[in-house]
Design a protein around this ligand. Sequence first.
Ligand code: CIR
Length: 257
Amino acid sequence: MQFTHAIVRLPGNNFADGLTREDLGAPSLSQTFEQHATYCQALRDCGLTLTVLPADPRYPDGTFVEDTAIVLPEGAILTRPGADSRQGEVAVIADELRTHYPLLARIDAPGTVDGGDICEAGRHVFIGLSHRTNAAGAAQLGHWLASVGYTSSVVDVRDLHTILHLKSGMSWLGDGRLLVIDELAAHPAFAGFAIVRTEADEAYAANAVRVNDAVLLASGFPHLRTRLEALGYRCLPLPMGEFAKMDGGLSCLSLRF
Ligand code: CIR
């Protein structure tokens, strides 16, 4: 949660050609660029130095960089995204990450992992089993995490059709606390953590990011914001509507380390 760097990738002109299960209409390109710029500025305001990669027309989903790697202070591992159309996104991220982490691990076939399924919570990591992250990928990741000193547990979200990734429905707030949607709040994997639940109509905001002393939160979810502020968190609300149309959450727009 103490970060100094982030990697982001600009959305491209073909952003609307990416994958989505949502039926919220096509994103406006100008608002997408604006929302991305606001997001980048918020990371800078939190003290992070940003590497801003150019858009790559081959990968309309490429702005969702979080899915391509898991980055921890002890090391980094490249994923193998579960959507075929996204697997090529990893190469550019690998080149960039290697400048910070010369020894990069990787998930190999037949394993698939999307970073959006991986939630670091202190020295423990939750691995979502989803329609993007498969059992082979989860097992490989679990071994690698153990090798760098982390415990892990698997949370199966394959039947939870409201979320694409585990982290679409939960976030680590620090201080032993998880932010979780109702459907996941009683999951046995989360026993021992304090749970902050989102209200049913604020479920999208469960994908938040703690960055240093702030919580980046999707704007337009006033109940959650009030609750987090009452707990002492400094919230930075960010407009995310255009990314939501493409099934993207706030965390997926950056790799933070
Ligand atoms: C996809 O379906 O892969 C992209 N349109 C959205 C990915 C969002 N990633 C994330 O929340 N970690």
